[in-house]
Design a protein around this ligand. Sequence first.
Ligand code: HEM
Length: 408
Amino acid sequence: MPALDEATALAGGFDLRALPPSFYDDPYPTYRALREQAPVKRMPDGSVLLTRWADLDRVYRDTRTFSSDKHVEFAPKYGATPLYEHHTTSLVFNDPPLHTRVRRLIMGALTPRAIGGMEPALVGLVEGLLDAMAAKGEVDLIEDFAAAIPIEVIGNLLGVPAEERGPLRGWSLAILGALEPVVTPEAAARGNAAVTGFLAYLRGLVARRRAAPLDPATCVLTRLIQGEESGDRLTEAELLHNCIFLLNAGHETTTNLIGNGLEALLRHPAEKARLLAEPGLINAAVEEVLRYESSNQLGNRGVASPCEIGGVALAPGTLVTLCIGAANRDPAQFPDPERFDIGRMPNRHLAFAAGAHQCAGLALARLEGRIAISRFLARFPGYAVSAPPVRGGRARFRGFLRLPVRLG
Ligand code: HEM
């Protein structure tokens, strides 16, 4: 726990656009200081950062007062570039009517029945990866396991042929990297090249899918194309950019859920032993990983009409950053919040946000997390770190680039 003067310094000097290197390792003392001392923290650029659970829950649910539309905010950040077109066309950064139209089409392919139908293939994929890792003995849990799962799942969901999935992860990392609070010219160039490459690839895939549709009950791309033809019209740009968004949204976040979960269990051996003794706790354990080390730490909204949060008046146009990682450790919502407790119940975390934009893929992410973590643990209960893990170094997407382990 930071001492009072240390906490005052952390909260007082906090600027999301100038984070010290130590923040990426462990942001939680800073989050705590902010929650306690400046829960509606005004940044030097005029935006505010919220860290209390109740404030985030309110903002996420009030879509009239707090807009997701990023056309104004992203104009100076990206200029007239492919990244600007991409982000301002995807459903997550829009309000109705575009948001409603695209979300309805996507949700039709993510019903509980459709997700249940994905389980056998997912189990087969995970078991195959476990076999391949067993043969190696020493592995990188990110590259050999955590990142290999979502790319296949989301590739299946969009009907991307298996042999064409190679570039997807690199594109996705480059596009998401450009969402960091500060974007260097190099990161922007990588992001723009990735959007351009992704669009060129998807144009070809859409043409092939128009000629030879897959089952719209399970293939989101076919659904989006047919929706487009049946009156729920998406323009060509809307179709392509929302496919890119889906591939990105379902990828890095889920990789981090699996990687963060297996790393958190290593750091908390008693909780690992508890899960091994009581495998039925896996669902609660996945929720706790989502709360304790949320893959997506930051959300954003813009104030659409005058309002007040925690006694601070916010004018229309004010940018609001929602700190999910801080809200998920708010003692007003979670008893003993700094404790990793795989049996925690209730656990109303905000890792998937809340309200109209709540994660459309949450059931799929939970299924992937449950199968990956439980099967890995059952197969390699004695896994141990073999070299220092390397963090991704991002404020928004929290996870590891490398997590080398000996399987034991
Ligand atoms: C652990 C994994 C995941 C986490 C932590 C996560 C987190 C989130 C969050 C916080 C949002 C809300 C963003 C906002 O409005 O500010 C969101 C939206 C979304 N997510 Fe996820 N996500 C995960 C996995 C997935 C997967 C697997 C898919 C796809 C199959 C997916 C698809 C989406 C979509 C389409 C949206 C936009 C929903 C909308 O705007 O209505 N996500 N996700």
